[in-house]
Design a protein around this ligand. Structure first.
Ligand SMILES: [Zn+2]
Length: 94
């Protein structure tokens, strides 16, 4: 009777139930110019994952951390980079 909204989150795309978990999510980052884009695949991101369409949704704080960290990839020449949130998180906290 405490109104646990956290247990009844719904996917905004399909209305499925969201469950906390870890997801591998591709993020787009701007490259050295705005005509270039980098894809950074981040593994092990804490997210709410839809049980129906499997779309992951990251919390605002997590998203902010990742956006900051994507900037580090802007200077790389690789169009696709793979990293993991566990490696990034200590940097973000600094
Ligand atoms: Zn969904």
């Amino acid at each position: 009777m405490t109104g646990e909204l956290a247990n009844d989150k719904r996917c905004p795309l399909c209305g499925g139930r969201l469950k906390p978990g870890l997801a591998t999510i591709p993020f787009l980052a701007e490259g050295a110019t705005r005509f270039e884009q980098r894809v950074v695949l981040v593994q092990g991101v804490p997210a709410e994952i839809c049980g129906s369409c499997h779309e992951p949704f990251t919390a605002g704080r997590v998203t902010d951390q990742i956006v900051d960290l994507l900037n580090q990839f802007r200077a790389t020449r690789a169009e696709v980079s793979i990293t993991s949130y566990a490696d990034l998180a200590p940097l973000a906290a600094a």
